[in-house]
Design a binder for this molecule. Sequence first.
Ligand code: KE4
Length: 433
Amino acid sequence: MNRSEILFEDAKKYIPGGVNSPVRSFERVGAKPRFFKSGSGAWLKDEDDKTYIDYIGSWGPMIAGHAHPHVVTSVKQALAAGLSFGAPTEIETSLARSITSSMPDLELIRMVNSGTEATMSAIRLARGFTGRDIIIKFEGCYHGHSDALLVKAGSGALTLGVPDSLGVPKSVAAQTRTLEFNNIEQLQNVLADIGDQTAAVIVEPVAGNMGCVPPVPGFLKALREACTCHGALLIFDEVMTGFRVAKGGAQALYGIEPDLTTLGKIIGGGLPVGALGGRRDIMEMIAPLGGVYQAGTLSGNPITMHAGLATLELLEQADFYEKLSATTARLTEGLKAAADEWDLPFSINRVGSMFGFFFTSVAPVTNFSQVMNADTGAFNIFFNEMLNRGVNLAPSPFESGFVSAAHGEKEIDLTLDAARQAFKSVTAQRLKT
Ligand code: KE4
């Protein structure tokens, strides 16, 4: 056994499945997880000293690359002054000011410790503000693991949601409806029917948790109009897209103003973080100002705030997003060209520096059922072939990949070289079956 395998067996003695988050178990791709010990720029090193070009980036936060000197220095200086005080600190205001200057729709913002906390709090706030109970979400979108959001579609769009996890009470799931992402007509019909009972519609403006699935033209606009028409709040879950697809997030990229926004990942620079923000009249309902309770021992932790602010400072560099987008385009176009050389059904979506690919001839993939019909067996072969060639992709066909500012020509060329070999293996192994 190599060191990762040894560590995995040891971890399983103390931690469920040996991991602190299920996707890390590699269960979906039929492999054993690598244990990593360090990261630098676009690269990770595992416990067997193998190096990998990393396209997970801690699931999005590492947009500037691993262990960026500016971020590490800022955190080291902050650490020397203490880790947490349970009292207000200036750095919390500094980060809030930085975020809201890039995302002006967030008139007020509250820091929390995870994306799950952010969306859970946003749902409670929407219910408190509107006095309504129903929540609408979309199939294939993931908003963290709070009960109200671990709900899948019932037999029909208007039927009661059903739990998407053991332990979620039917009574809670019944308050959530799950619609088809990118289905404008269904959305308009359902909101015409129950819009005046609906507290909020929550959406990933670019779905990143079923692979990467962008909104079709008009979907977000239709969503905004329907929510406004029926007095339901529109919540953009930008935990993944915030500061990823553009400095102002998807709301800036697509020009749609949500009522509330949730954030996470990049704004913490790799440390535990989440945030919810939005219209002042709504946010002023949060304790201590209003009657919607929300709290957290380590919310706004100064070390996290320093890591987040240092990361956002790096995004101010000239042409940061243009360069990142161009690098990602070279990657995705190269992957498509390599798959075409083997006549493989391969479809890839990209928004800025987040991407997702599917072994299907459907192009572009625009909804969950198309994702589910893609060839996950081919994905697993490709994933493992790439991993064994030193490319660390997301270990699931239902995740997105991320390129950082540290990824350069060399990393993209090496990735495409590995992909040509991996596609050859997919072809060979699929021909056997
Ligand atoms: P966390 O509670 O994991 O910080 O955030 C939940 C969340 C909320 N909203 C969106 C759009 C998200 O993508 C996430 C979490 N993303 C996953 C990656 N698909 C985290 C990885 C994991 O679960 O280990």
